[in-house]
Design a binder for this molecule. Structure first.
Ligand SMILES: NC(=O)c1ccc[n+]([C@@H]2O[C@H](COP(=O)([O-])OP(=O)(O)OC[C@H]3O[C@@H](n4cnc5c(N)ncnc54)[C@H](OP(=O)(O)O)[C@@H]3O)[C@@H](O)[C@H]2O)c1
Length: 331
């Protein structure tokens, strides 16, 4: 059936934040297509998740060249859903892609060379059926390629109209500063950094947020739910069939151990006391920081997505609640 976006999608269902000191606003909750959008997942579920997100004011979908499985399939599947459902809404969407991890065989399908980034972006655009991406990221630091070369490839993407903005992901504070400086001769401002950040992994607090704030760079926190650990998925101590931990890939079933369970259950009690789920508490906790532009979630079902998006309807966390959370996380 032809998709017509919900006419109420911008009626207070979502809040938007400015990305650093740029002109671009992003939704407080964005949707990532790392897992759940490969050829191993039914296209109708993917489509329902994307439609539900957009109807709720989620204007940002995040991809990368190698999301799948197999590599490239998330972009290809997104491209086919985009062609059917979202083409009329292109100017309402922020679509990102990335290159930096292994993508194709040989010396030119990985890391940070001009050769790799340029070819990969062309491939991503072809798979998604897009003329441009809104944000093109270098996906990780490359210790062996001069940062000036990687920056020149990102700048060319902008100059050629293939990307509107550029970002980096998984960069250290120092390397981020170097990229900001390397883009400056092109008059290109680094828009955004995409670090992993959640209650169980707080590394951006050790210097990265300071660098981003000082330089007017936004940040979008990936794996905000720790791949499902910060939801009720594993709270009873078992690993449900079909869950990410059951697949034992990026999330290991051994991570559901006694230390984790004690912490997650204590956090869940705090969430319940406020009438929230653990997932909603985890997202509200991320959004407490003004360095954060958006929390970049994943969802394997419409129900998960709806629960996560409802975070927006709760009041912000109060100081005493944040202190209690600190005690649980520190213990
Ligand atoms: N830049 C990078 O290097 C990088 C790396 C990783 C991810 N990312 C980005 O971040 C995005 C999000 O990553 P992620 O999917 O790991 O994020 P996440 O939000 O931490 O985890 C999402 C997973 O948690 C489970 N889940 C979500 N909501 C739930 C709920 N309400 N109740 C129960 N379970 C729930 C689902 O797993 P089940 O399968 O168990 O249902 C879902 O697929 C990616 O799509 C990608 O765009 C970027």
């Amino acid at each position: 059936m032809t998709y017509i976006a919900d006419s109420g999608r911008y009626n207070d269902r979502m809040r938007y934040r400015r990305t650093g000191e740029s002109g671009l606003l992003l939704p407080e909750i964005s949707l990532g297509l790392w897992q759940n959008f490969g050829d191993d997942r039914p296209l109708d579920v993917q489509r329902a998740i994307l439609r539900t997100a957009f109807d709720a004011g989620v204007t940002h979908f995040d991809l990368a060249n190698n999301y799948g499985p197999p590599y490239g399939s998330a972009e290809k599947n997104f491209g086919s859903i985009f062609a059917q459902d979202f083409k009329p809404y292109r100017d309402e969407l922020i679509i990102s892609s990335k290159a930096g991890f292994d993508m194709w065989d040989g010396p030119y399908g990985n890391w940070g060379s001009r050769k790799y980034l340029t070819a990969s972006l062309d491939q991503s655009l072809a798979r998604m059926g897009l003329e441009y991406v809104d944000i093109f990221y270098h996906h990780r630091e490359d210790p062996d390629t001069p940062i000036e070369e990687t920056a020149s490839a990102l700048a060319s993407a902008v100059q050629q109209g293939k990307a509107l903005y550029v970002g980096v992901s998984n960069y250290s504070p120092t390397r981020t500063e170097q990229m900001i400086a390397a883009l400056a001769p092109y008059n290109i401002h680094l828009l955004i950094h995409q670090p992993s950040y959640n209650m169980l992994n707080r590394h951006p607090e050790d210097g990265l947020f300071d660098v981003l704030k000082a330089n007017g760079v936004g940040s979008i926190a990936y794996v905000p739910l720790a791949q499902g650990l910060l939801t009720d998925r594993y709270l009873d101590g078992s690993i449900p069939g079909g869950s990410r931990a059951a697949r034992d890939g990026s999330l290991k079933s051994t991570q559901v151990d006694a230390t984790y369970l004690a912490k997650a259950r204590a956090l869940n009690d705090l969430a319940t006391n406020r009438g929230m789920t653990l997932a909603q508490l985890a997202l509200a906790w991320i959004l407490r920081r003004d360095e954060i532009t958006s929390a970049l979630i994943g969802a394997s079902s419409v129900g998960q997505l709806q629960q996560n998006l409802a975070t927006i309807t709760f009041p912000l966390l109060f100081t005493d609640e944040l202190e209690t959370i600190e005690k649980v996380l520190g213990g």
